[in-house]
Design a protein. Structure first.
Length: 162
């Protein structure tokens, strides 16, 4: 119920807190430790209400600075992000990887079916990867005369070796 006491004299408490922060005399209070058992047993440390006000102040100030520095795929404790959205992003990447894996599997079948004709193989590969051709320019298809391996562009892993 400390928040009720804090709210009774809200303006004076906030001004006093501001003064201590500006004078660098602010000292955090004691936290309360307790155990919760659901959904699993864990120890919780709850800060004093006055300290929670300072936490929010610091978060609002520092998040403006650090948000610009984080990579897009950093998901914890950020506005508009979180566990659920991180899971959706991972599923998207997994789907792209699976599609690329399927593309490589189909390419292996085509290579086996066209082993005698290099021209036919190149024509089929160029047909399979129309968008990737623009990305990979000169490195699209490399057919080695020495190893009889075919290297095809793969969006996620660089090249798909057949």
């Amino acid at each position: 119920m400390y928040h009720m006491k804090f709210a009774e004299n809200l303006e004076a408490n906030l001004l006093g807190l501001e003064k201590r922060l500006q004078n660098r005399t602010y000292k955090p209070g004691r936290s309360i430790a307790f155990i919760v058992q659901k959904p699993k047993i864990r120890e919780i440390f709850a800060a004093d209400f006055r300290d929670r006000v300072v936490h929010h102040l610091l978060y609002n100030y520092l998040s403006l600075i650090f948000e610009k520095l984080f990579i897009y795929d950093s998901w914890a404790c950020r506005k508009g992000k979180g566990t659920h959205r991180a899971m959706l992003r991972v599923q998207k990447f997994a789907g792209e990887l699976e599609r690329e894996r399927e593309r490589c599997r189909r390419a292996r079948i085509i290579v086996r079916a066209t082993e005698g004709s290099r021209e036919l193989l190149v024509a089929i590969v160029l047909d399979l990867w129309p968008r990737t051709i623009k990305k990979w320019s000169q490195r699209i298809v490399f057919i080695s005369k020495w190893t009889s391996k075919v290297f095809l562009p793969a969006l996620t892993s660089g090249f798909c070796m057949i």
